[in-house]
Write a protein that binds this ligand. Sequence first.
Ligand code: C5P
Length: 233
Amino acid sequence: MSDRVPVLTIDGPSGAGKGTVSRLLAKRLGWHFLDSGAIYRALAWAVQSRGVPVDDEEAVTRIATEMVLEFKFGNGVQVWVDGKDVTDHLYTEECGRVASRLATFPKVRRALLAKQRSFRRPPGLVADGRDMGTVVFPDAPYKVYLDASPEERARRRFLQLKSQGLDVNLDQIIKDLEQRDRRDRERKEAPLIPAEDAVIIDSSELSVEEVTKKILALLPGDMAAPSGAVEPR
Ligand code: C5P
């Protein structure tokens, strides 16, 4: 049944604009939204807060299986782990770095599959990540791979962190992005690559609105028509 629920997958490297565009699309379509990166980040938080070594695949897999993860939608999205709101801890560079290390473990990725697939509910799902179109929802009818040049991705990340009042260094951000890209692309399990049937869009020279329009144009007209839609669920 759930495989008849339409899914729009949006994969690509860090900083390509997936998060902003996916949220906007979910809102316009009135569909549910899966931020799969937040799941890996929540796991990173859980592992660190329990003092488990990040290279212990068995222990990390156990936490991935046991942790109670909830997304609460209201004014924005809150991520709760084991009854605690951890949202404010997830979007740091450190948490992203640890998440990308844990994401290389095959057993961990498999332990998180069912959780991600449970987001596929009517009327539809926009799924943002690295392996949404290749592994998690290979039968999704709409697949996008959103890319941008490394310079542009680093610049966006720099501006985003600066706007949060953080003391950031562009060279360090470029190094971090390169390292995360390499890890995501070279891992054996579910590496970051476009699905064969994905439409590749380079957002380097495009605004959020332009990317959103291009993606909506891939959907049947009646789906893409503004629905006066609600917050992503
Ligand atoms: O997208 P975000 O930067 O929040 O993801 C954090 C990390 O989680 C990524 O660098 C990537 O290594 C990992 N990830 C993944 N597969 C996904 C989503 C995220 O491996 N579907």
